[in-house]
Each structure stands twice: as structure tokens, then as C-alpha cells.
Design a protein around this ligand. Structure first.
Ligand SMILES: Cc1cc2nc3c(=O)[nH]c(=O)nc-3n(C[C@H](O)[C@H](O)[C@H](O)COP(=O)(O)OP(=O)(O)OC[C@H]3O[C@@H](n4cnc5c(N)ncnc54)[C@H](O)[C@@H]3O)c2cc1C
Length: 325
């Protein structure tokens, strides 16, 4: 398994506008997944279970791809999926696995060797959130809305891709849905600004930078030149191996694809090479969730979002005034 120290780098988005809208960045994952299924293969990714928690499953048709599409910002349960993958590989079936870099590393460790019929896909990862914190947030919302959540759609793109990290849509069993934005989008606000419920191990991630774990890496191409950004989602695609390159060459025409300089990715996406800083209070935060609501806990350990956003806005205004002088 030879992975490149300088991956081929592309800005891409799928030409299928529906898939692009329903994907987290440019829909790159879905096009790779479809090609694998078209070749009688199996794709493994993360879906919501009946309790809105996340689990890795193996799928073999396009409906299955719909379920595993989209980023879910919570740690998924791997369950028995590594075993299932090994079985299919030994039956000479083509298998695509998509997960965090540490999950891809876990798969290789379990298999003990690389297989020609295995394609691994990872993503640039800020860090995995605790399912306990996520459930506490969702329970609070469900109580307020007096209905069970049926679907959580992180980074909902209605209103634009670049602002999508601030926007989460939740659908409810009684038929209504709500879009939580900015300071009302508490879970993503806390994820992106406090790191309080990111797994402690993510603070010392062993799988940053290059060589990548996966044959292919997906990410949001934050900081991409305006000419490749129509605010509908641009994927950063890294091709990390000959295997990945071969597969990409077979589906390149499904994308709007532009080759980029590898060095252009670092500024917009520091998480490519850096781990987040998980604060010392993270474990106290999680313990307090046993008897406090998510919003009270976040307020206790991180401050009230409105206040922080207000201060941020003032700081940005001051910065703009200084720059424009
Ligand atoms: C926890 C997390 C943190 C991320 N951090 C960053 C970041 O800092 N910077 C950045 O540019 N991109 C980050 N990403 C990746 C980004 O959100 C997109 O997933 C990526 O750009 C692929 O988008 P897409 O449109 O090609 O496909 P999508 O359809 O969005 O593909 C998502 C793929 O990821 C898998 N997946 C979804 N949720 C999980 C999960 N919880 N665990 C394991 N696999 C999962 C799905 O099964 C699917 O294969 C992160 C993703 C996750 C899940």
C-alpha cells in the first residue's frame, strides 16, 4: 500500500445538481460510491439508526448510498462492518469504505494487508463528537418541539454552502422541520468554537497530513478561488494512490474538475495537518450533562453564544475599519 506524499489535488463538484445539493460539499463521495455499486460492488459508510445515532453499514444499491451520504458530526459505531468487509473481499467482491482517517487505519489494521479489490476513502476531519453530547442537544430540541426528530441534516445548504456550517435542519415526526442557524444552531456552534465534546483522542490525532490513510480523500474546499465557487459546494479531492487514480479516471466526466496545486489547500483547511485543542474541561462538561441541559452546560463552560457572536462581530468591524484606513 503505497500512498503518495504529494497527492493529485482537484477542486470538483458533481454535474448532478440534486446529488450536489444533498451532499455536504461537492458530492464527490456519491459519484465514487455509484461507480463501485455499478461494478457489482459494496460501499460502506455512516448512516443514522432509528435513534438518530450513527453506525457504519454496508450497502449494495443507490438507495443505500442515499442513506450513507452526508456528514454526520458524531462518532459512528463500527460494529461488525470490518468483518463483513473482509468476507466480501475474500469473495473477490469490490468494496469501497468511507470513514474518518482513524477508521480507515483501523480497517487496514484489522485486515492485516491491502487488497486489490478494496478502495478506501477518508476525509479531512476536524474531530468526532461525543454521541452523548449530541443526544443531549437533540433531546432538548425534541422537548421544545414536542415531537421526535426523524432526520438531522447538518450543513444544510439552503442559503449557501459557505454559510452551511452554521446551519442544521431537523425534521420531526409530526411533519414539520426547523432550520437552526448561527447562535441557535447550538451543537455546531459548540463543535466549531469550543471543542468541548470532541473525542479527547482527536486532540492528538495520529492521522493528519500525508501520506493519507485512504486511496482518496474528500473535504470542503474552503478558501477556493471564486471562479470555482458558486456557493453550491466545491469538494477538495485528493487522489492518494494509483488505485484511487484509476477509479477517478473512470468517472472524471461526471464532475466539473479542476486540477489544483497541493500547496493551495493548507490555508483554507488547517485541519488537514493540525489536531484541534480539546479543552481540559471537556470531561467535566460531559459529566454535567447527566443532570444539566445541553444549552445550560454549553453556557456554563463556554459562555452564551449570542454574547460571543456579538463580540466577534465587533472585532470583525474593528478589523475592517483598520484595514480600510
Ligand atoms: C466528523 C467530520 C468532520 C469533518 N471535518 C472536516 C473538516 O474539518 N474540513 C473539511 O474540509 N471537511 C471535513 N469533513 C468532511 C466533509 O464534511 C465532507 O464529508 C466531505 O467534504 C465529503 O463531502 P461530499 O460532498 O463528497 O460527500 P458526502 O455525501 O457529504 O460524504 C460524506 C461521507 O462521509 C461519511 N460519513 C458521514 N458521517 C460520518 C461519520 N460520523 N463517521 C464516519 N464517516 C462519516 C459518509 O458515509 C459518506 O461516505 C468532516 C466530516 C465529518 C463526518
Amino acid at each position: 500500500m503505497e500512498h503518495f506524499s504529494k497527492p493529485y489535488t482537484y477542486a470538483v463538484w458533481t454535474k448532478d445538481s440534486d446529488v450536489r445539493f444533498k451532499s455536504t460539499s461537492g458530492g464527490a463521495f456519491t459519484e465514487f460510491a455509484k461507480k463501485i455499486i455499478d461494478n457489482d460492488g459494496y460501499v460502506v459508510g455512516a448512516q443514522y439508526d432509528k435513534d438518530n445515532l450513527v453506525e457504519h453499514v454496508m450497502v449494495s444499491d443507490y438507495d443505500g448510498i442515499e442513506r450513507i451520504r452526508q456528514s454526520k458530526y458524531i462518532q459512528s459505531r463500527i460494529g461488525n462492518v470490518y468483518c463483513e468487509i473482509k468476507d466480501k473481499l475474500n469473495q473477490d467482491k469490490l468494496v469501497g469504505f468511507c470513514g474518518s482517517p482513524c477508521q480507515v487505519a483501523g480497517l487496514y489494521a484489522y485486515l492485516g494487508k491491502d487488497y486489490d479489490n478494496l478502495i478506501t476513502m477518508d476525509f479531512i476531519c476536524r474531530g468526532m463528537n461525543s454521541p452523548k453530547a449530541y443526544k443531549a442537544w437533540l433531546n432538548e430540541i425534541e422537548k421544545k418541539e414536542k415531537s421526535k426528530a426523524t432526520r438531522v441534516w447538518f450543513k444544510y445548504k439552503e442559503g449557501g454552502w459557505k454559510s452551511s456550517p452554521r446551519r442544521t435542519r431537523v425534521d420531526f415526526a409530526d411533519g414539520h422541520f426547523k432550520v437552526y442557524e448561527a447562535e441557535k444552531n447550538l451543537f455546531m456552534y459548540g463543535y466549531l468554537s469550543s471543542n468541548l465534546y470532541i473525542r479527547p483522542s482527536c486532540g492528538k490525532c495520529a492521522f493528519k497530513g500525508v501520506p493519507r490513510q485512504g486511496d482518496i480523500t474528500f473535504a470542503d474546499f474552503w478558501g477556493i478561488d471564486e471562479k470555482y465557487d458558486d456557493d453550491k459546494g466545491t469538494s477538495l479531492l485528493l487522489i492518494n494512490s494509483d488505485k484511487g487514480n484509476k477509479l477517478f479516471s473512470l468517472i472524471k466526466d461526471r464532475f466539473e474538475a479542476h486540477e489544483m496545486d497541493f500547496n493551495s489547500i493548507f490555508e483554507g483547511n488547517p485541519m488537514f495537518s493540525e489536531s484541534v485543542k480539546v479543552p481540559a474541561e471537556a470531561s467535566a462538561f460531559l459529566k454535567d450533562l447527566d443532570y444539566m441541559s445541553f444549552s445550560d452546560c454549553l453556557k456554563k463552560y463556554h459562555g452564551y453564544p449570542k454574547k460571543n457572536l456579538f463580540i466577534l462581530r465587533i472585532l470583525r468591524k474593528v478589523k475592517r475599519t483598520i484595514i480600510n484606513r
